[in-house]
Design a protein around this ligand. Structure first.
Ligand SMILES: C[S@@+](CC[C@H](N)C(=O)[O-])C[C@H]1O[C@@H](n2cnc3c(N)ncnc32)[C@H](O)[C@@H]1O
Length: 369
């Protein structure tokens, strides 16, 4: 790279992000949301139909910058047959679109508010760079790992999406290191490998304030109920092939907001964020370009989730339990008494037998893994 190119790149990197998104609004009137009230708690959820780049600047709380948590799962520009949205933009247009909605969400957030973006490999880097240029600070670069990606023999099979976790600095009250962000580790704990696999007594007397045998999840997310929401998954909604698992939104919302906080999702889709936020007693604002999708999301937000709050803390260890019965016994208080465990080999043999005897049964299980 010539010196001139290096300087040009450096200047572009330093350049201020566009101050105003270049969306020309064609609206003559303010967007009118559908408002839902939770029957038990009275907590409100509002759903807007329209282009989030036009709708967000019209929402009073977004104009005031008081949103506590943004969760965005944008169209990936993969030519998906969305009901209305054109998912096959020229690359430059897509990047411009991306910067526009990121700017609007950034403006809507309070200082100390969290922004999560669910995005595949193609655009993760660009989003990270743009958010940093906006002054956001990265807290985690998480990965949502699923086992059944699109099969291919031309390269490695995709099996992940990035879950980018940023905070808008400047929040007060929680010390410099956390930038005033809301962080509830105790709400999202899982069993540690030391407890489930190695029966290591060190995890029974934890010094980090977490309960014995439990820890904050690692930054790669997978396990039961973390699979893609494919056609035969119990959570699957009609006409939505981009739905996220309920447990994903449960983790984000519990960890990064409190009851009564305001959560914004600019790309509502089937309504997973709205469902989780409403159920967990957060106020919610969702925006969806397609009126049909929005109507379906509203129905979903009114319904009960299938998996939120139902899971006991589980482990995500990838190795079979090791150690002798005596060492397992000291963990009865954390894991519950041991069931008569079959050796791993027997369990695998049994699964293979089931798979060959009734392929349907094993397929049903796959969607939930
Ligand atoms: C990847 S899906 C979101 C899926 C959602 N997270 C779920 O769990 O169901 C993206 C959604 O954004 C909508 N969309 C696309 N562009 C939009 C825009 N500019 N403003 C608002 N919604 C948009 C699409 O119609 C689609 O429903």
């Amino acid at each position: 790279m010539s010196m001139r190119t290096i300087q040009a790149v450096a200047m572009a990197e330093r350049a201020e992000p566009r101050a105003e998104p270049a969306v020309t609004s064609h609206r003559n009137e303010k967007p009118v949301p559908t408002v839902l009230k939770h029957p038990a708690t009275g907590v409100e959820a509002r759903v807007y139909v329209g282009d989030c780049r036009e709708v967000i600047p019209e929402i009073e709380e977004c104009r005031r910058g008081v949103v506590d948590l943004v969760f965005a799962d944008p169209p990936f520009n993969w030519n998906r047959p969305y009901d209305q949205w054109d998912d096959a933009m020229a690359r430059g247009d897509y990047l411009h679109f991306t910067e526009q909605w990121l700017s609007e969400c950034h403006r809507a957030l309070r200082p100390g508010g969290a922004m999560w973006v669910n995005i595949p490999d193609d655009t993760a880097a660009e989003i990270v760079v743009y958010l940093k240029r906006l002054g956001m600070e990265m807290v985690n670069w998480c990965v949502w790992h699923y086992r059944f990606g699109q099969n291919t023999v031309r390269r490695f099979i995709n099996s992940k999406v990035h879950a980018l976790y940023f905070v808008k600095p400047g929040g007060a009250g929680h010390g410099e290191d956390t930038q005033g962000r809301t962080w509830n580790p105790g709400e999202v704990l899982e069993l540690s490998d030391r407890a489930t696999t190695y029966f290591d007594p060190r995890t029974l007397s934890k010094k980090d304030g977490m309960p014995p045998g439990q820890r904050v999840p690692m930054d790669v997310w997978y396990g039961p109920y973390w699979g893609r929401i494919q056609g035969n998954n119990k959570e699957r909604r009609g006409n939505h092939d981009n739905q996220l698992p309920e447990v994903y939104l449960e983790r984000v919302i519990r960890a990064c907001s409190n009851k009564g906080d305001l959560v914004l999702d600019p790309f509502l889709g089937s309504g997973t964020t709205g469902l989780a936020a409403h159920w967990l007693e957060r106020r919610f604002i969702g925006c969806e370009y397609s009126a049909a999708n929005a109507a379906s999301a509203i129905e979903r937000i009114k319904s009960e989730p299938l998996r939120i709050g139902k899971l006991q803390p589980a482990g995500t260890a990838i190795h079979a339990p090791r150690g002798v019965k005596e060492s397992r016994r000291q963990f009865d208080g954390v894991l519950g008494p041991a069931r008569a465990e079959k050796p791993a080999k027997v369990a695998i043999k049994k699964r293979v037998k089931r798979a060959t005897a009734g392929a349907g049964a094993i397929r049903r299980k796959r969607s939930d893994v």
